[in-house]
Design a binder for this molecule. Sequence first.
Ligand SMILES: Nc1ncnc2c1ncn2[C@@H]1O[C@H](COP(=O)(O)OP(=O)(O)OP(=O)(O)O)[C@@H](O)[C@H]1O
Ligand SMILES: Cc1ncc(COP(=O)(O)O)c(N)n1
Length: 274
Amino acid sequence: MTLRKACTVAGAAARSGAGIQADLKTFQELGVYGFTAITAINAKHPSKEQGLFIQPLDAIEAQLLIMNEQNDIDALKTGMLFSKEIIELVANWLASTSIQNIVVDPVMFGKFGSPLLDFDAMETLKTKLIPQATIITPNMPEATYLLGGQKINSIEDLQDAARDLMQLGSKYVLVKGGRLQGPAVDILYDGNKMYKLEAPRIDTIHTNGAGCSYSAAITAELAKGKPMEEAVLNAKKFVTAGIKRFIPFEYAPGMIDHRAYKVYGEDEVQFNEI
Ligand SMILES: Nc1ncnc2c1ncn2[C@@H]1O[C@H](COP(=O)(O)OP(=O)(O)OP(=O)(O)O)[C@@H](O)[C@H]1O
Ligand SMILES: Cc1ncc(COP(=O)(O)O)c(N)n1
């Protein structure tokens, strides 16, 4: 069987549940080979002022150049890109490749609010990168920022946001409703059909890496040739299983268990056209 290849262009997260580490673990669990290009190191700690180390542009460019040697990358995701300059670099590079499946996770904040995107980078994200995306995967605050402040407080608001976000030019939009009350509902839209994904809400604060791993799982499934609807459904099952078997940290909120889907094979997600 051909080994499928996925790539992530994102930040490294020192607690290792999110960012590049989450992406690689997810790729491995879902049976694809993972390549990485690291844009930043996120080592935020309450006792330290400086914890975010953005990589120099030439270091990022050098990693992207290495990717050019792999002319058979099946799917790619972007995560934390941080600055206007990095987004421009990645967007220009992507335009020069023939990669077909591009997942843009418009990472803006860490789980507990630390900024992972410069404010003046928003326009570049919207005009240079998102139009090249096969799918974008904003959570509720990210969707709100992309839409210039549009409030999202309900499943109907998620649906409206999905419709409005299509204007930015991606082929699919997935708006994640992780912050709503009740079941964990996400909305997938292709400009024509709209789908609701629903999983039971797990009572935990240990969800570090849920968003990154979700977009990485979609990337892995697309790399394997799955159609988008199936890729998103499998990815939601993967992330739900991971949240259910969360790994608590002693002094900080913990992270999802990337092994859970393979070990326990949970299957509790409903997928319906609405
Ligand atoms: N407690 C939970 N139980 C089950 N699923 C959840 C829970 N929290 C989030 N999810 C799901 O996890 C996935 C990641 O979504 P989420 O909205 O948390 O993204 P995120 O980018 O991690 O966002 P945020 O940083 O706002 O928490 C989504 O499918 C969401 O529905
Ligand atoms: C480098 C990096 N990238 C992304 C996130 C957010 O991760 P998530 O929303 O999945 O918890 C993070 N904390 N650090």
